[in-house]
Write a protein that binds this ligand. Structure first.
Ligand code: SF4
Length: 368
């Protein structure tokens, strides 16, 4: 099975009002951060071989954050060169190489440069086509800048994704449907449509912006309904692609594959030669890497939580051939037959099951 690389750049020029991630606000990325990351990359292979782990063939590299578009050309090149020299050759012909971009950082020379160093997929943090929304989100760009950055990216790249957020107070179903229609008319190959989420770290301001639960369900259904009558394939709960341009990197991770992580506050999943699973974390502020074994139960839970997100479901070989009845009570399965599918090779959720993902996951039963 192929493996993936995730590179985390935890710096942003400003802080979005809905942000729950660890990121430092700065106009540029300190060289010391790059130097420390490269030191980690240089020693990584040896560190893994000491704990009986090989690095397999790499099929994708994803630079996320934070805002990787704050990296200078030189910093980006140093990272790519270090990955090529010490981890695995970077090759845009055979790998998917993604960078996340903030629309306000996108310029034509930058895109041309990205192409020359092998980047072949662009992921834009668009979030909204409405200026008043971008304003309370504290995004740096306007809708006009977003539209022109999408056109510029389309001029130079075929594989482009844009993120949008919906489900906030005052948006209304009709307002979102109208916006979604405009989004669809942009003919973007890949869309990630996320409902505004409230997490423990969310500020009172964002809590006040979230739609009530009933409104939230309606707007989610309206999103799925609109997307199912479009030419996009819903291959994951919130991700839609045209022409098969799924995000190979995320798909591999959702399928439960191995991924290597670099950059402060990043996480990875590793597997040793005996088949045990480990989690790898780089701490928030020190670039110190901690690798520890995952219990079979934790790993199984992770497989199920991520695998059920995919419309293709979970390969039963990864679950030791187990079936749905190993993870849900018979009563639950009988009551919600329409939510599930099961065949010789896979178990998973039907489109109506994907719509009920959180409810279904709350009903998982795992024995010790
Ligand atoms: S770009 Fe992402 S990481 Fe940075 S502040 Fe906004 S939400 Fe947080």
């Amino acid at each position: 099975m192929s493996e993936e690389i995730y590179i985390h750049i935890p710096y942003c020029q400003s802080r979005c009002s809905y942000c729950v991630f660890h990121s430092t606000t700065s106009n540029s990325i300190p060289d010391s951060f790059i130097t420390e990351m490269i030191l980690d990359i240089k020693g990584y292979r040896e560190k893994l071989s000491n704990i009986d782990i090989d690095i397999g063939d790499i099929s994708s590299i994803f630079m996320g954050g934070g805002s990787p578009s704050l990296l200078s050309s030189d910093q980006l090149k140093r990272i790519i060169d270090a990955i090529s020299s010490y981890i695995y050759p970077v090759d845009s012909m055979s790998q998917e190489i993604t960078i996340e971009l903030n629309p306000s950082d996108i310029t034509e020379p930058l895109l041309i440069y990205y192409k020359t160093i092998g980047i072949n997929r662009i992921s834009i943090g668009g979030q909204s086509l409405r200026d008043e929304v971008l304003k309370w989100m504290n995004r740096r760009h306007t809708s006009r800048e977003l539209l022109s950055s999408i056109s510029l990216c389309k001029k130079h790249f075929d594989n482009i994704s844009v993120d949008f957020i919906y489900g906030y107070e005052g948006q209304g179903i009709d307002g979102w449907k109208e916006e979604l229609k405009e989004i669809l008319s942009l003919d973007i190959p890949h869309l990630s449509l996320y409902e505004l989420s409230i997490e423990q770290k969310s500020s009172p301001f964002i809590r006040s912006k979230k739609l009530s639960t009933v409104g939230s369900e309606d707007i989610f259904s309206a999103t799925i309904e609109t997307m199912s009558s479009s030419t996009y394939d819903r291959y994951e709960v919130s991700n839609f692609a045209k022409g098969g341009l799924h995000c190979r990197h995320n798909e591999a991770i959702w399928r439960g594959g191995v991924y290597h992580n670099f950059g402060a506050s990043s996480c990875g999943r590793l597997r040793d030669r005996s088949g045990s699973w480990l989690e790898s974390k780089v701490e928030e502020n020190s670039n110190n890497r901690i690798i520890k074994k995952l219990s079979d139960k934790d790993r199984l839970l992770e497989f199920l939580i991520t695998g059920f997100r995919l419309s293709s479901g979970i390969n039963r070989d990864l679950l030791g051939g187990k079936s749905l009845s190993n993870f849900f009570s018979i009563e639950f399965l009988q009551k919600h037959k329409s939510y599930f599918f099961e065949n010789v090779s896979h178990i998973g959720l039907t489109p109506s099951g994907l719509d009920m993902l959180d409810y279904i996951l709350r009903n998982l039963v795992l024995s010790d």
